[in-house]
Every structure is written in structure tokens, then in C-alpha cells.
Design a protein around this ligand. Sequence first.
Ligand code: KG4
Ligand code: ZN
Length: 348
Amino acid sequence: MYILGIETTCDESGIALIEAKDNKIKIINNELALQYSVHQKYGGVVPILAAREHHKNLPLLLKNIEKKFDLKKIDYLAFSAGPGLLPALVSGKEFVIGLAKKLNKKIIKVNHLEAHTYACLINNKIGVWQEIKTVVFPAIVLVVSGGHTNLYLFKSWAEKRLLGATVDDAAGEIIDKCARALGLGYPGGPIIEKKARQAKNFFALPKPMIQKSYTFSFSGLKTAFIDLVADIKKLKKLDEQTICDLSASLQKTVSEILIFKIKKAAETYNCKSILIGGGVSANGNLRKQVKKFFKQYKILFPPKELSTDNGLNIAIAGYLTLLNNSHPSLVDWNNLEVFSRENIYDKH
Ligand code: KG4
Ligand code: ZN
């Protein structure tokens, strides 16, 4: 079957096409339009501008696919219905409903967080059939992004439980804010990672709520970091080397917090596998530390380019939603609800 995936939860407009059968997929096309230059001057995503950009980008992305592929052959439209920014989701929803009507197809309602998880199961190779990777359960799943830091226990694809989440900011969100305090661009994660490679010294930073089971809190770390940067600025000592040292210290502290909680969960629930998805999972330091720390587990990360938001993850999740869910959310044209906060994934 052919599945078109559409992503508009935040500031990436994505459309991708896959062919899928017998637990195998072939990536046909993965079209992505980034909006970073639009949001950069605000230091974060402006929802209404994100919506406007999706409105402009989606028809252009679809045209690129249409050049090589007859859209009538598509079987399902997979749409990332949330959690995300409401204006951005609504512009995607209008687009997918319009397309569903035109092509006379059903929509598979995909949860954005599930899509980040399922991205761990594929390679990013275009045009070749690939087997979807298997997971040995029980597994610990961490979705760590600009909007979420959620830790789950999966006993199977159908049996999952949210163990804990952040009580304030998400890990990616504070990385972006701290990068802004350093005068670096948006999104902060990749720039912080690059600067951290040149570090020579580390600053001690707090790890709020580290002992508190599976609950995360990052806002105290953000405040401590921003205060530290302000103090260093007052002393006129915020030179390039100090920016690199601060970047590495932040990256290291975030990795340590995430690893601490994963370790506790993996041991408590006697897990076999660890899956880490979402934008922050692109971080090379986090990947290295996790591999070093959890040698006895099967570790699955998405391909780096698929850690952040894209339409391909949604298409894959569309297929796996059909396979793994006895009641997949197949939606009629005028019946598609979007949601800003999790109200599906976290029932437990
Ligand atoms: O998953 P994503 O694209 O969007 C949400 O669903 O939120 O994640 C975006 C987040 C941003 O905060 C960005 O700074 C962070 O992922 N990120 C990174 C890296 N690449 C993206 N954080 C750390 N290291 C990276 N290499
Ligand atoms: Zn995301």
C-alpha cells in the first residue's frame, strides 16, 4: 500500500510518501521545508507564523511528489494530529482534508509522539525495501524534543504506560532558550552541539528533581544557566571559548539527567530495549553516552536526520498504526480533530 505522511505540528512542513507491505517499507520521497529563518528573530516558534508557512509550503512539497508519482495510487493519508501548536495543526488539517476529499481517501490519525518513537525502527534509505526493526519488550521509550520529555514503559506496542514527564519545560526548549542567552541562533540544539566540541572546561550546573523517580524538571537548570551567562557577561568574559565551555556543560548536564532516569526505569522494569526519539535524540553526545552506559540493552535511535520533525516519520507511523493497533483511527473527511496536548498517548 502507498501512504502519504503529513507533518505540521510545529515549524517543519513535511510530506513524505512510502510504500509498505508485510512489515517492510520503501521510502519513495521525503519532502521537508524548514522555517527556521522565519522564527529565528523571535528566538522560538511563533505559532501563527508557523501556520502561515505550512499553508505556503505544503502545496509546493506535494507538487514535488506529484511530479514523479500519480497521487491517485495513494491508499491512505497519515496526518500528525498532535500534540503540537494549534494554529500549525489547523493549517495541516485543512490541507489534509482538502486532499482526502480530492483523492477520495481515508486519513490515518497519527500521534506525533508515536511517530518519534517509530522513527527508531527504520533506516533513512530512499528507494530500497527495508524490514522494519523489531523491538524486544519490555522497552523504555524516551521522547525528548522541543515540546516533550516523556518517559514510557512499553510492554508491547499495544501496552504502554507513561512513567513520567517534565513538570515544566522540555529538554529541547531549555536548550533553545540557553542558546539564545549565549547569542546563538535557533534552533539551539545543533549549534550547542557544535560549540561543545571545542570545550576545554566544564561549569557545574544543577540537576533539579534528579532523585524524583521519573519526573523531569528543566526550568531550574535553564534559570541557573541564564543567570550564569549574565554574571559572566557582567565580568566581560563571555568569549568564544567560554561559550563553547558553557555549551558543553549544558549538553552534558541534560544528557546526565536523561540517562539517570532511563537507567532507573530500565532496571526497575527489567527492560531489554531502550528507544530514544525526538529532536534532542539527534544529539551526538547523548547518543554516545547512552551507548556507553547501556551496553547490555538493545538501543534504538532514529537516523539523525529523522530525529527532528518530518513527514516520513508520520507515514511510517501511519503504517505501524494500522499494523499495531486493532482499532486504528481512520478518519472521515470532516471528522478530524487536532489536539495541542496529549490526550491519546498518555492514557494509563
Ligand atoms: O522533535 P522536534 O523537531 O520538534 C518537537 O516535536 O518539539 O525537536 C526540536 C528540538 C529543538 O528544541 C532543537 O533544539 C532540538 O530538538 N534539537 C537538538 C539537536 N537537534 C535538534 N538538541 C540537541 N542536539 C541536537 N543535535
Ligand atoms: Zn517532534
